[in-house]
Design a protein around this ligand. Sequence first.
Ligand code: SF4
Length: 106
Amino acid sequence: MEEKKLTRRQWLERGSVLGLVVLGGVPALSACGGGELDCTNPQGLSGDNRTQRQALSYVDHAPNATQRCEVCNFYTAAQPNQCGSCTLNLGPVNPAGYCSSFVARS
Ligand code: SF4
């Protein structure tokens, strides 16, 4: 079997194409909803929001799937794949999030 050797230029060209494919794939995944929503440190989070999050043990992913922000009485949804809001001053929260003040929406 004949072994084909690549020149340095061919290696660099192939590496550039691979890099563009990898780097281009990440934003494309997010744009089509494939990325996971992260509301752990959203833009505009105030010091009071952070204090409240800590006091109420907020987590971005509920440990119990039946008790999550999107079914909580204090939650208001935003656009799809965006952080919603909580009336208890936690700032933008994840629909899949949870805190110790969870109350099921009636
Ligand atoms: S009270 Fe807690 S569980 Fe309910 S929406 Fe706010 S952060 Fe989520």
